[in-house]
Design a protein around this ligand. Structure first.
Ligand SMILES: *Cc1c(COP(=O)(O)O)cnc(C)c1O
Length: 496
């Protein structure tokens, strides 16, 4: 299996292995890496997987895309990444809400958000890639985060050999708990810095550094090269494909569906990575009828799916689901590539970077409409869903998950479709405890740790240990810089 760029700048001659794609992060023409063909999974194989553990299911799916890694090695990565000590509540368990809707809890990892599903294993994939490609330089990972990726990447890469990591986050664009999680990160190879601006400023800053040859040269003098941990990196995306198969397997195992029966999937969406991983599962053979792309008040994707116009020239809102406060959903590029090929994709992406806007043609729109519907949910409605879900099912969800549930509810009300629906739950409610408390009671304590206790008392659930233990940790990182200074900051960190 080899990998090519979504923008067609790579030819068969300079296409790369899975290991090289993971190491490199971004293709040389600025596009994203995609496998040259999509591997297939048969229904018999899915039925067989329904008798496997989560690590076994994940290893099976990873092996189909990363055939340059030894099979036993991938199996060992999965066993340790998804071990019960790392995911005490299970890797991707389903919580049944009612006859139609089940919630897939993806947040039982060490940072209490779904990013752990990929970032617990990605460092192993990168270390393997350095070995498989004979790399002797140090990988320097540059991350822009809207909150959850940063902490999950820091946790995954802390003290990994031959790797350094630098994380940038928007100073006022993440929750207090997220900020604290990052500021207290331990490890000798980690760097964290806030920037004045929003997530897109951070992400654009990182993209600029990645595509600046003089920055790469300066880094090479420190015997380093740049790599990425954002969902633009294939190594981040591919582990996420596995849990869609796993959800289907669990529904089979519990007898809720029969082999071959279609399901629907609702995904709270920001960068379009998670939902795109689900779509890849469908392309491989998983029976999914529709993907519901759920957005918060930053509803650029809802508008795109409705009108075919992607226009980032619009106000940016800071919401209680900050990991979805995004105006440029990078992985949409991968969907466009699969649907209409590299030529049109490159044209749309050029227009986006030049004008901040593109409009897809009728064929492209129809191809996307075949699989995706968009829904959004404002702040008031998000709070309402948190409250009603608790009142009806005695089940607490975080604001991101609430946005996903709202999409599912809107779709079901609109269509009457009773196809089994899996809603991705992307964060523990404790990660956003004060907003969840406010949604449930109308008020919340000022102090984040009091909010954890209040939520626990209100709901009779336990505070996750990784969050409770933050209280006594030392703050290691408190720098705030302008986006324009990210390049200098990065080079200085790589020299340390
Ligand atoms: C990152 C994140 C999302 C958005 O996922 P994408 O892959 O960027 O679409 C949603 N919810 C939470 C809690 C997240 O951390």
């Amino acid at each position: 299996m080899y990998y090519i760029s979504t923008r067609g700048g790579t030819t068969a001659a300079d296409s790369v292995s899975g290991a090289a794609a993971i190491k490199q992060g971004l293709a040389s023409d600025g596009g994203l890496f995609m496998p040259a063909s999509i591997p297939a999974v048969t229904m018999d194989e899915i039925v067989e997987m329904s008798r496997m553990s989560y690590p076994e299911r994940a290893a099976r799916i990873l092996g189909k895309f990363l055939d340059d890694y030894p099979t036993e090695e991938l199996a060992a990565y999965c066993e340790s990444a998804y071990a019960p000590e790392r995911f005490p509540g299970g890797a991707a368990p389903l919580h049944r809400l009612n006859d139609t809707v089940s919630v897939m809890e993806l947040w039982h990892g060490p940072t209490c958000a779904f990013k752990d599903m990929a970032l617990q294993i990605m460092p192993k994939l990168l270390s393997g890639a350095l070995r498989l490609t004979g790399e002797t330089r140090r990988a320097f990972i540059l991350v822009a985060t809207s909150g959850d990726t940063g902490k999950a990447a820091l946790e995954g890469y802390a003290d990994v050999d031959q790797v350094g990591i630098m994380v940038y986050y928007p100073v006022d664009g993440v929750s207090r708990m997220q900020k604290l999680q990052m500021a207290t990160q331990e490890g000798g190879n980690v760097n964290v810095c806030a920037i004045r601006g929003n997530f897109d400023d951070a992400q654009n800053g990182v993209k600029r550094i990645f595509s600046d040859p003089t920055a790469a040269e300066a880094l090479a003098e420190n015997n380093c090269f740049f790599s990425s941990a954002n969902s633009i990196n294939w190594g981040r995306l591919v582990p996420q494909v596995a849990y869609y198969f796993s959800a289907y397997c669990d529904l089979l195992a519990s007898g809720e569906i029969k082999p071959g029966e279609e399901i629907n999937v609702a995904v709270p969406t920001g960068n379009f990575g998670n939902i795109f991983a689900g779509y890849l599962a469908k392309e491989m053979g998983l029976p999914v009828k529709r993907f519901l792309c759920a957005s918060n008040k930053n509803n650029i994707l809802t508008d795109f799916l409705e009108t075919g116009v992607y226009d980032r020239n619009r106000p940016f809102y800071t919401t209680m689901s900050p990991s979805m406060d995004i105006l440029i959903s990078s992985n949409l590029e991968r969907l466009l590539f699969l649907k209409v090929g590299s030529e049109k994709t490159a044209r749309y992406m050029n227009a986006l970077s030049k004008d901040g806007r593109y409009e897809v043609d009728a064929d492209t729109k129809a191809a996307i409409d075949a699989d995706f519907s968009g829904y959004f949910c404002d702040e008031e409605k998000t709070a309402g869903v948190i409250r009603s879900t608790f009142d009806t099912y005695h089940y607490v969800v975080d604001p991101h998950t609430a946005v996903g549930l709202s999409a599912a509810q809107q779709y079901i009300a609109e269509t009457g479709d009773t196809t089994k629906m899996v809603v991705d739950s992307t964060a523990s409610p404790y990660k956003f405890a004060s907003n969840v408390c406010r949604a449930l009671t109308g008020e919340a304590p000022e102090d984040e740790f009091e909010a954890l206790s209040m939520l626990s008392a209100l709901t009779g659930t336990e505070i996750p240990l990784p969050l409770a233990s933050l209280k006594t940790k030392e703050i290691r990182f408190d720098r705030v810089i302008d986006a324009a200074d990210m390049r200098a900051e990065t080079l200085a960190a790589s020299a340390r």
